[in-house]
Write a protein that binds this ligand. Structure first.
Ligand SMILES: [Zn+2]
Length: 364
């Protein structure tokens, strides 16, 4: 192999064809995506959903990653119970403080979900992958189940309307046509069902979640905090899949800094500061355990992270004056305006508070 390289000056071509054009690229060039800048009005729209997501995380905040009894030092001093020195608010740890939200082509929230690693005693119960599976399942729940348009009994008129509302993505083509769903389309439509869906996730996606969103053809994923441990896998998969003629493309990764979300830099710097100091100032100590790992999920239990999520929640609840209130995407025609999105976001947060679960309907 070495001699072949020396003779031709090229890497032997055991690369799949879709990667040929990148054979001489640096890693830095490969992972740096040159996507179109986002319109300021669309940035504002993305910020509304981002702050809604942060408000949802705050509503189900749990920080007792290593139990509610012990010593989290100065990292969680504000979450300590006033009457007991080493007992902390929040009860049992259910999963990391990471959530994801799915929004359809019209701008309607489809659903949300949380990281549930702890509940399932598993390292793969991530918010985005749970959410994507859930949205596919919702499609089945709302699937037309009886007859056709002529013979359908009147009592299923409401579910039919729900279906259209929940799955605007499924009835909307990218072109001019808006095609009503038919049973035939439902049967073969899973590959494009989520192709107009935007996922908002509070932490940059891992390989598993990027893979699931890629296979699901999710349009784009907005993340509110980078996770250096995921080595820009979202960018890598976006670059690789866009270059090939595949039936699926990884979602466009959009970091919060591209939508003017100030909490992005707050969380980024907060996590960096945590990682730099936690070696000397342990995150958790008990008679049997000391943890001083620079883990981003530990940072997401700290008072500093809590305050950032709280600031976003306060900003959303007091947000009444938009810079682009009448903006709506070109398609579909039924898309909500930014003003409507803001109202819906506030309503949805009230709904989430009423649900009192880390995710809708399902109990965990
Ligand atoms: Zn993940």
């Amino acid at each position: 192999m070495e001699s072949e390289r020396a003779l031709t000056g090229q890497v032997p071509t055991d690369l799949p064809p879709g990667l040929h054009s990148f054979r001489d690229w640096t890693v830095e060039k490969f992972v740096h995506l040159d996507e179109a800048p986002i319109d300021p009005a669309m940035q504002e729209r993305h910020r509304i959903y981002s702050m809604l997501l942060m408000s949802i995380v705050l509503d189900s905040w749990n920080g007792n990653k290593y139990g509610e009894v012990g010593d989290y030092g100065q990292w969680r001093a504000d979450q300590r119970m006033p009457q007991a020195a080493n007992v902390y608010r929040g009860g049992s740890y259910l999963g990391h403080n990471i959530a994801a939200l799915a929004v359809d082509a019209e701008g309607r929230v489809i659903d949300y979900d949380f990281n549930h690693n702890e509940i399932f005693d598993s390292s793969v119960e991530h918010a985005e992958s749970r959410l994507v599976r859930r949205v596919f399942a919702l499609n089945q729940v709302y699937d037309q189940w009886e007859g056709n348009g002529e013979t359908r009994h009147r009592r299923i008129a409401a579910p039919d309307r729900q279906q259209r509302r929940v799955f605007a993505t499924a009835v909307t083509d990218r072109g001019d046509r808006v095609t009503p769903r038919t049973p035939e389309k439902v049967a073969s439509g899973y590959s494009t069902l989520l192709s107009d869906v935007t996922v908002y996730t509070s932490l940059e996606s891992c390989a598993q979640c990027t893979g699931i969103m890629c296979l699901a053809s999710v349009k784009e994923v907005v993340y509110l905090q980078p996770d250096a441990g995921q080595f820009l896998i979202g960018n890598i998969m976006r670059r690789a899949t866009k270059a090939q003629s595949l039936s699926f493309t990884a979602p466009r990764p959009i970091p919060g800094k591209e939508i003017g979300l100030r909490y992005y830099s707050e969380l980024t710097e907060g996590a960096e500061d945590f990682a730099a100091r936690v070696r000397d100032e342990p995150f958790f100590q008990s008679p049997t355990k000391t943890n001083n790992s620079p883990s981003v999920t530990s940072y997401l239990c700290t008072d500093g992270a809590y305050r950032t999520f709280q600031s976003a929640t306060v900003e959303l609840s007091g947000w009444s004056s938009l810079e682009h209130p009448d903006y709506r995407p070109d398609r579909p025609e039924s898309a909500l305006s930014n003003r409507q999105v803001l109202g819906m976001a506030k309503d949805f947060l009230e709904y989430v508070k009423g649900v009192k679960n880390r995710g809708t309907s399902h109990r965990v």
